[in-house]
Design a protein. Sequence first.
Length: 322
Amino acid sequence: MKLSPLPVAIVDDRRFDQHRSAEPHPERPERLAAARKGLGAAMSSLQHLEVAARPATEEELLRAHAPEYLERLKQTLTRGWGYLDGDTYFCPDTREAAWLAAGGAVELCDAILDGRASRGLALLRPPGHHACRSRSMGFCLLNNVAVAAGAALDRGLDRVAIVDWDVHHGNGTQEIFYEDERVLFISTHQWPLYPGTGSARETGSGKGAGYTLNVPMPPGAGPEAYGEAFRAVVLPKLREFEADLVLVSSGLDAHRRDPLAEVQLDAEAFGAMTTALCRHVDELGHGRLGLYLEGGYDLDAIEDSTAEILGALLGRVRDLPG
């Protein structure tokens, strides 16, 4: 695999940790502590680019979200502690963390598109891929990857691909781009499982018909099944689309240790999928690949999988299983 001469960009911010529930909740600050540990000793010797997060602008957010939703969300978040729905909590620091996560997502794209890095990883909280145009859900308030893709398109890119390997279907991202032929959305996810969307029959509509690809995986699916799905379905579709930029909703809850699902991936599988995408963007000639943390709720699985992903971004090769 060709190794980019440019540094790997890393987005992180300790202010993400201030988003926390008043009671036990699987989406907790310790998740980022585990991811940071996964970056580990490699960070001291790694030629990396630290990319600072900053709050997303209204213009950036409006590319993914409806104005009335943003106003309603801002008003609700002034209330201190509470829940936006049965799963999605907020606290006094949630507004800052959520806007920083969305802005950090854009900043990673900018670092890649500006040529300061060609690959990157953003450790973001709160996650984003369930956030729809007009509602929060599934621990997500703002759709980080959708905001980033919208910013990239606004910079003049013609085509952006989003690969979502979180174990839960990225329903929000799908909804936002369902009628947009400029964005190819590919999701591998356990089926059936929350949020109940992601049937293979959901393929886009209008100008976006054919630009949504759902690859439902059965409970118990392991590395070999995912390897075959990448070889037979995901990578051919990416090659056909020839995106100017590939983004990944990198949920780590498809790991076999995760308490919220039943897919049986190991950490090496995440490294292998990252390797496959690195090879793909290198074959396209631009090398542009950005990964965004989504779900993942077992701390050891997060640590080990993050280490594997970073290793792949640095050029360590993991072949797809099977």
